[in-house]
Design a binder for this molecule. Structure first.
Ligand code: UDP
Ligand code: MN
Length: 322
């Protein structure tokens, strides 16, 4: 088929290819033109948005409370693509991958929950990098690796539910739901909860540091433990890649819980590259009808069996059958 423009004939496919090329060039030069613009907390609003809350053992400490203002003021870039492992001084980290500063009393206790199966290289890099990064933040944290033991399709949301139950038993008031392949690049993204659940990785390098859509609520998110319980956690039904993070966003929305983000220069992350996982063909249908199941599918319908719990030097390993 041909189109006639200014007395010249163009083949339609030829035109489409040209337009696509021009769009690609524009995207390459100016990625922000295609990005979603979003509201965020400016650097001077960040600290007051955080919720100070710790586990009992930390609250019994007699040290002066830790100071955080320099962390926000400097927002140091911590990521170096060439970073070396020897920066790790593991002796300060307690078995199970727990840490708190010794010279001051942390004001935040955070459980970092990582859903996991067969990503050994990424896990290794993640643990080394994160312990170095997090100890500079002067918070109390512990890393929980929830590994899916069975051969069923990977169920990321269910692993988060399991991790949240264990973290709540250990009294952690704040959960950070964290992909194993994402690394924060600036120190100002404090691993603590804000009053509103927070999407932390809104400036991700694979999206050229822009946000593809405003409802994106995956990768790394912080949510207060009681809020996670209030929305009945995440759905247990998403098997394979995709949809479960959008479902989480819908759950918050339906409970009238707003989300927040820090300004982009505090939200920079890099993703370790990997092959795409097999998509869940049912995800769109699940997502469309999800609202019918918010009250019945989640923490209150969670069934799993714990095969093993082990305190490794850099993380707490929870092996589960989903
Ligand atoms: N994941 C895993 N093993 C798998 C699939 C997923 O450990 O086989 C975990 C891992 O923490 C990963 C997260 O689930 O970072 C999200 O999956 P993926 O990285 O494939 O999602 P994408 O980057 O495509 O959003
Ligand atoms: Mn990934």
């Amino acid at each position: 088929m041909f189109l006639k423009i200014n007395q010249r004939k163009y083949h339609v496919t030829d035109l489409v290819v040209r337009i696509a090329c021009i769009a690609l060039v524009i995207y390459w030069i100016m990625p922000w033109r295609f990005a979603s613009h979003y509201e965020y907390l400016h650097r001077n609003e960040i600290q007051q948005a955080l919720v100070e809350q710790v586990t009992t053992n930390i609250s019994m400490q007699r040290m002066p409370p830790c100071e955080y203002s320099d962390i926000f003021a400097d927002n140091v870039i911590t990521y170096r693509s060439q970073y070396r492992e020897h920066v790790l001084r593991g002796e300060e980290i307690l078995p199970g991958g727990e840490y708190f500063p010794e010279d001051c009393s942390a004001r935040f206790s955070t459980a970092i929950i990582v859903p996991y199966r067969k990503r050994e290289e990424q896990l290794h890099a993640f643990l080394i990098y994160m312990h170095n990064y997090l100890r500079q933040q002067r918070i109390h944290y512990r890393i929980f690796l929830v590994e899916q033991y069975d051969q069923k399709p990977f169920n990321r949301a269910k692993l988060f539910n399991i991790g949240s139950v264990i973290a709540a038993e250990l009294e952690f008031p704040c959960l950070i739901l964290h992909d194993v392949d994402l690394l924060p690049m600036n120190l100002g993204q404090l691993y603590a909860c804000t009053q509103k659940p927070r999407h932390m990785c809104s400036a991700l390098d694979i999206f050229r540091f822009t946000l593809p859509y405003r409802g994106l609520f995956g990768g790394v998110v912080a949510i207060r433990t009681h809020q996670y319980r209030f929305i009945n956690g995440m759905s247990n039904l998403y098997e394979g890649w995709g949809g479960e993070d959008d479902d989480l966003f819908n759950r918050l929305y339906s409970h009238k819980i707003d989300i927040c983000r820090f300004e982009p220069s505090y939200s920079t992350y890099t993703m370790m590259r990997h092959k795409p996982e097999k998509k869940n063909e049912a995800r769109l249908e699940l997502l469309r009808t999800g609202y019918k199941r918010f009250l019945t599918d989640g923490l209150n319908s969670l069934i799993y069996s714990e095969k093993e719990r082990r305190l490794h030097s850099l993380f707490t390993h929870i092996l589960v059958e989903t």
